[in-house]
Design a protein around this ligand. Structure first.
Ligand code: NAD
Ligand code: ZN
Ligand code: ZN
Length: 336
């Protein structure tokens, strides 16, 4: 099988021919049909974060495909079934986080395309319990971006507790942001979309954003404040100054939900303002299996649109460059 492999941080990925992996107990072998390129895969390939993957590894946590073989003891899935393999590759199922509906916080979790090989390949392994069934009626190339970009932003809006009539700022209308705009609209919010390219702002508008803020020309904090301030701001841009602007645009009682993960990212949170304004700053990491099932259900019901370009896996390095230059309409999906 063909796989795109990170051999060293910061180096181009190498397309390799590898033997098909063998499914162990509790695992399945999947023939990958489509695999989305998340900005997280780029952070992984660059070794951007304090906890690093160990090269050589295969990135990709939006892999969608068909179960080809079952490992010992797998009863939950059947050969021929379409599944997706999200970032949460496995969790222990026994700790306080797993037991309280927060499996995404499990300290024993293994992350797909980071702690084990991911979906940038023609075949991949998955833990059967964490491979998500993709409902009929969702194409593999639509299911792929929903598997991380979708579930992550759907969860971020849940964490923000967004209600109808609230003003929600979506900072960064990339792979994640284009779905965040749609979930915020579904939640009944008025949506302010912030980005730094005309194309992304046009896309946000086409997807229902009510207010467009071009951070090259205007200070998003000022514009949001002029509209009364945001009840919630979802920080999806890989840029610390965008976090600061989103924080600054909150109204009293507002919530900044941190989702993007810029390398070595920090922001200074002013204590006085945070206390007096009753501001919340919350981190949000992907979503649970249940969140992902809800994301698929919304899409199958025709309530979301996935904006993506499909490409062959061989284009992985050019595709990464284009994502870094923000030249992609929303998501790139590799079709195998
Ligand atoms: P992306 O590159 O597709 O999107 C980023 C967007 O931000 C682009 O549209 C870009 O034009 C815009 N942008 C850049 N500078 C900006 C600025 N100053 N103000 C406003 N917008 C600006 O990336 P993505 O795949 O959507 O991922 C975004 C981030 O989220 C990455 O850091 C990724 O690792 C992270 N992520 C986090 C989670 C999580 O669970 N917390 C899950 C998935 C991805
Ligand atoms: Zn656990
Ligand atoms: Zn991702």
């Amino acid at each position: 099988m063909k796989a795109a492999v990170v051999r060293a941080f910061g180096e181009p990925l190498v397309i390799e021919e590898r033997p098909d992996p063998e499914p162990g107990p509790g695992q399945v072998l999947i023939r990958v049909e489509a695999s989305g390129l998340c900005h997280t895969d780029i952070h992984a390939a660059h070794g951007d974060w304090p906890v690093k993957p160990r090269p050589p590894f295969v990135p990709g946590h939006e892999g969608v495909g068909v179960v080809e073989r079952l490992g010992e003891g797998v009863e939950r899935l059947a050969v021929g079934q379409r599944v997706a393999v999200p970032w949460l590759g496995s969790a222990c199922g026994r700790c306080e986080h797993c037991l309280s509906g927060w499996e995404t916080l499990c300290e024993s979790q293994v992350n797909t395309g980071y702690g084990c090989d991911g979906g940038f390949a023609e075949k991949m392994l998955a833990r059967a319990d964490f491979a998500q069934a993709v409902p009929d009626g969702i194409t593999p190339s639509d299911a792929a971006p929903l598997t991380c970009a979708g579930v992550t932003t759907y969860k971020a809006l849940k964490v923000a507790g967004v209600r109808p009539s609230q003003l929600v700022a979506i900072s960064g209308v990339g792979g994640l942001g284009h779905l965040a705009v749609q979930y915020a609209k579904i939640a009944g919010a008025t949506v302010a979309a912030i980005d730094v390219t005309d194309e992304k702002l046009e896309l946000a508008s086409a997807l229902g954003a009510d207010l467009l803020i071009d951070a090259r020309k205007d200070d998003p904090a000022e514009v949001l404040k002029r509209h009364g301030g945001a009840h919630a701001a979802i920080a999806l841009a890989v840029n610390e100054s965008a976090f600061v602007a989103a924080y600054g645009g909150l109204r009293r009682g507002g919530k900044l939900v941190m989702v993007a993960l810029p390398a070595h990212g920090t922001i200074a949170v002013p204590i006085f303002d945070t206390v007096l304004n009753g501001t919340s700053v919350i981190g949000s990491i992907v979503g649970t299996r249940q969140d992902l099932a809800e994301v698929y259900r919304l899409h199958a019901a025709g309530r979301t649109r996935v904006i993506r370009q499909t490409r062959p896996l061989d284009s992985v390095n050019e595709s990464i460059d284009e994502v870094l230059r923000a030249q992609i309409p929303a998501r790139i999906v590799f079709e195998m």
